[in-house]
Design a protein around this ligand. Structure first.
Ligand code: NAD
Length: 247
């Protein structure tokens, strides 16, 4: 029970990697607030888990006022905030000349700016309590770039370096900050692309392990980073991609 008496906030916690992490945090004793815009999935998840130990807040993380309020409300509800998992994310295909500026701004708002605003709300609360842990979901697309995913690549690359900046700035306040860089993970985010003929085969060819990862495998990495097992780990960019970027 690594998270007994801990309180965690998980953005994008209603589905995929976020939902698997909510389940693991809760199973290991945490009280967890799921912050997500998908009300149906969010309520279904908190209903499934122990009543009173999890709570759902409907929030579009691109709305900075609502997001900062959600972080503060989570703290006030359970009286503390130990773990912030910034995981909400969207992807969008489009090369620069064809990319609608509104789509660019939306992807940057959801995938990058939300990390800043959630941290802006959480860090003073963690600092006052003597410390805390932040994990940001980036992507291997933020390391090497994925063809055509212009805004996504830009946002995830920035999340990686922002994670390093946060780690440096807040290490002496007892706040550890790390990033998860998943490769291809079997979630609703990738389901559409996988239905397109041939796409999955091309993706799998680039993965030495020959398969996509599962949300549960990502949750275990997040839980390690969020736990005291990683007490000397900060500013780390943790790749979990079946070897896709190893070559
Ligand atoms: P998912 O679609 O299953 O989950 C994403 C969650 O984020 C959903 O619950 C969705 O409702 C929520 N969300 C999206 N926009 C939101 C908004 N504006 N406000 C609040 N909530 C919002 O996808 P996933 O694969 O579990 O993605 C989780 C994270 O992992 C994302 O940041 C994604 O970029 C990253 N990632 C995923 C993969 C992959 O292959 N699945 C690879 C690398 C990185």
């Amino acid at each position: 029970m690594r998270f007994q008496d801990k309180v965690a906030v998980v953005t994008g916690g209603a589905s995929g990697i976020g939902a698997a992490t909510v389940r693991l945090f809760a199973a290991e004793g945490a009280k967890v607030v799921v912050v997500d815009m998908n009300e149906g999935l969010g309520h279904a998840l908190t209903d499934e888990l122990d009543e009173g130990r999890t709570h759902f807040i409907r929030c579009d993380v691109s709305d900075r006022v609502a997001l900062e309020a959600a972080v503060k409300d989570s703290h006030d509800r359970y009286g503390r905030l130990d773990i912030l998992f910034n995981n909400a994310g969207i992807g969008c295909f489009g090369k620069t000349p064809d990319l609608d500026p509104e789509v660019w701004e939306k992807v940057i708002a959801v995938d990058l700016s939300s990390v800043f605003y959630a941290c802006r709300a959480a860090i003073p609360l963690m600092r006052a309590a003597g410390g805390g842990v932040i994990v940001n979901t980036a992507s291997i697309s933020g390391l090497a770039g994925d063809y055509g995913f212009t805004a996504y690549n830009a946002a995830k690359g920035a999340v990686i370096n922002y994670t390093r900046a946060l780690a440096i700035d807040h290490a002496r306040e007892g706040i550890r900050v790390n990033a998860l860089c998943p490769g291809l993970i079997d979630t609703p985010l990738t389901a559409v692309a996988k239905q397109m003929s041939g796409v999955l085969d091309v993706w799998l060819e680039g993965i030495p392990m020959g398969r996509a990862g599962t949300p549960e495998e990502m949750a275990k990495v997040v839980a390690f980073l969020a736990s005291d097992d990683a007490s000397y780990v900060t500013g780390a960019i943790m790749i979990a991609d079946g070897g896709a970027t190893a070559g």
